[in-house]
Design a protein around this ligand. Sequence first.
Ligand code: UDP
Length: 148
Amino acid sequence: MTEPTTVTVECTLVLVKPDGVRRGLSGEILRRIEAKGYTLAAVELKHATPELLAQHYAEHEGKPFYAPLVEFMLSGPVLAVVAEGQGVIAGFRSLAGATDPTAAAPGTIRGDLGRDWGLKVQQNLVHGSDSPESAAREIGLWFPQTAA
Ligand code: UDP
């Protein structure tokens, strides 16, 4: 078997949302990221601010779920993580599962550990960047010291 000639290591921003931190699931979520073979490049417990969340969720501004989502994200600490590895952006989204934890497949973080608590899809344990552009932007927001 020939070795791959190019290895593109990428990074993604993962957030363990306040429901995950509150329920003591941070360790289990980090375990799943590491068990998949990704590296934890940065891990920090943070309290989000309205300004940070306005930037993080800018694409959702104006949607009916936006204000309650921001309120939820301010309801407790968030574990911000930079995970690294080849294909980690898509790979973490596979680990996370579908946005709606009721519909998320068993085996995924949301499918195994999440459920509908009366707010449908808001409290779904984790965030993961959805593209290289989002990952670069979001890592810069949550870990400004790493920005070039
Ligand atoms: N969300 C919500 N209500 C909705 C859709 C989304 O509260 O109807 C929240 C949910 O926490 C989700 C986040 O907004 O994770 C961002 O939505 P997106 O569609 O980007 O989902 P994700 O990429 O997180 O799966």
